[in-house]
Design a protein around this ligand. Structure first.
Ligand code: ADP
Ligand code: MG
Length: 448
């Protein structure tokens, strides 16, 4: 393998907090960027993609570990990278040409030379004729072209992009993506390597030579592999393409395991060393879970999850938590990019409301440790009430402060729905619902 341009060694990021706990956003991670490849970094929102990009690009210091640029600590050398962001971040008071010239001016290049270089790159990205326009006069797609021109004009060795196409409409995005790929492949631009953050799986498979998938809490590499069996331009309908998309969906929908994909050449051996005690509760509502299950039953009980997202015009980030929740509760089985409903899932979706709650209660107690613990604690205490802090303290060993509260909020939502317990928000205490007949039925549930 070629010598890396950028090499991150055991980089970590954490943020200080008012309490003594700190929020760990990235757990120790190794990652290299080598010449000649487009790397796509995928992951659910909040998994630390932008944080990792900023550390690799030298914009932010790791809290531990180090980033090397051609073997030297990145903060000690002059590096040549640029970044394209999702929001175009143009100077509104400068013309298109002046926006593109700005980074060259900052580097002290003489006026005539920087003008010539800027005009040339504007030409390359299809913006000739727009030099004197102001950003506000341009469409989103044109503004992002200016963003690209400004990034490329410095002839970066590594071009970083953070969700560069996600604010654009589908056609504009497709268009810009293929133009960028053409510039890269024909070596019209001297860029050695492209690193793109995205949450769009197809975009990653369309562009990348190597794909890295991040998991969250804290951010860690789930899988890192090379895309070797797809020639450009890639055909979205070809079998290897859909197979790879399916595989990545599978990785993203099953945070607990990283499934194997035969024929994939690993970019790097990945070992997940984190010990998780609590499974992460996906933030989905019981009603949303039932809705999803009904849709899948309508489709014959089994469907391609990627087609489902497409048909519902859902962003993957919105659909995933619901699929994850249904799978955690044993209502869905996820495999090979397909989701299939289980008998329990059938029963849940198709029962009337009281029966539905009962099915949910049983599934929740069987599969969700936190709900089991809350229910048990309430049943064991003579006054049948426990403060929220008791569970917050247990959860914050594992989750950030913000996520701890979100985990408990979801548990409260699920537990209330299942009538396992109630929550008194003014006293911040869990309580058993009115202790007469309901207590009986709650205590009737086997809780180990
Ligand atoms: P992604 O790009 O994958 O959506 P980010 O890298 O933006 O994720 O964020 C990862 C996590 O780091 C999030 O949970 C976010 O809340 C947290 N985070 C980001 N910046 C800060 C900060 N300054 N202080 C505390 N937490 C932060
Ligand atoms: Mg981000």
């Amino acid at each position: 393998m070629a010598e890396p341009i950028i090499r991150a060694q055991q980089v970590e990021k954490f943020y200080a907090q008012p309490s003594e706990n700190r929020i760990q956003v990235i757990s120790p991670t190794d990652l290299s960027i080598v010449p000649g490849e487009i790397v796509a970094l995928l992951g659910p929102s909040g998994s630390g993609k932008s944080t990792l990009l900023r550390m690799l690009a030298g914009l932010s210091q790791p809290s531990a570990g180090e980033v090397l640029w051609h073997g030297k600590p990145i903060s000690t050398v002059r590096i040549n990278v640029s970044i394209v962001f999702q929001s175009f971040a143009l100077f509104p008071w400068l013309t298109v040409l002046e926006n593109v010239e700005a980074p060259l001016k900052a580097r002290g290049m003489a006026a005539a030379e920087r003008r010539e270089r800027s005009i040339k790159i504007l030409d390359t990205v299809g913006l000739d004729g727009f030099q004197a326009a102001y950003p506000k006069e341009l469409s989103g797609g044109m503004r992002q072209r200016v963003g690209f021109a400004r990034a490329l004009v410095v002839e970066p060795e590594v071009l970083f992009m953070d969700e560069p196409f996600s604010a654009l409409d589908v056609l504009t995005a497709e268009n810009l993506r293929s133009e960028l790929l053409e510039l890269w492949q024909k070596k019209t631009i001297p860029t050695q390597s492209i690193f793109i953050v995205t949450h769009n799986i197809e975009e990653a498979v369309l562009l990348a030579d190597r794909i890295i998938v991040l998991g969250r809490n804290p951010g860690h590499v789930r899988t890192d592999f090379k895309v070797t069996n797809l020639a450009h331009p890639r055909d979205r309908k070809s079998q290897p393409f859909t197979q790879l998309v399916d595989y990545i969906y599978k990785v993203l929908t099953r945070p607990d395991v990283t499934p194997d994909m035969p024929n994939l050449e690993p970019g790097r051996k990945v070992r997940d060393q984190r010990q998780m005690h609590y499974e992460m509760l996906p933030h989905a509502r019981p009603g949303g879970i039932a809705g999803l299950l009904e849709l899948i039953i309508d489709l014959g009980g089994r469907t391609d999850i990627y087609r489902l997202a497409d048909e519902l015009a859902f962003e993957i980030d919105d659909l995933l938590p619901i699929v994850e929740a249904a799978s955690l509760l044993g209502f869905l089985k996820v495999g090979e990019g397909d989701v299939a409903i289980t008998p329990e899932g059938h029963e849940y979706a198709e029962s009337e409301i009281l029966k539905q709650k009962e099915v949910f209660r049983k599934a929740a107690l069987e599969h969700v440790l936190l709900l089991r613990q809350i229910t048990r604690a309430l049943n064991n205490k003579t006054d049948h009430t426990v403060p929220e802090d008791f569970f917050l303290d247990m959860l914050d060993e594992q989750f950030s402060e913000e996520e701890t509260q979100r985990q408990l909020d979801t548990a409260i939502n699920w537990g209330r729905y299942a009538e396992l317990f109630d929550f008194d928000a003014s006293r911040r205490r869990f309580i058993l619902p009115e202790v007469d007949e309901t207590a009986e039925s709650v205590e009737g549930v086997e809780v180990e």
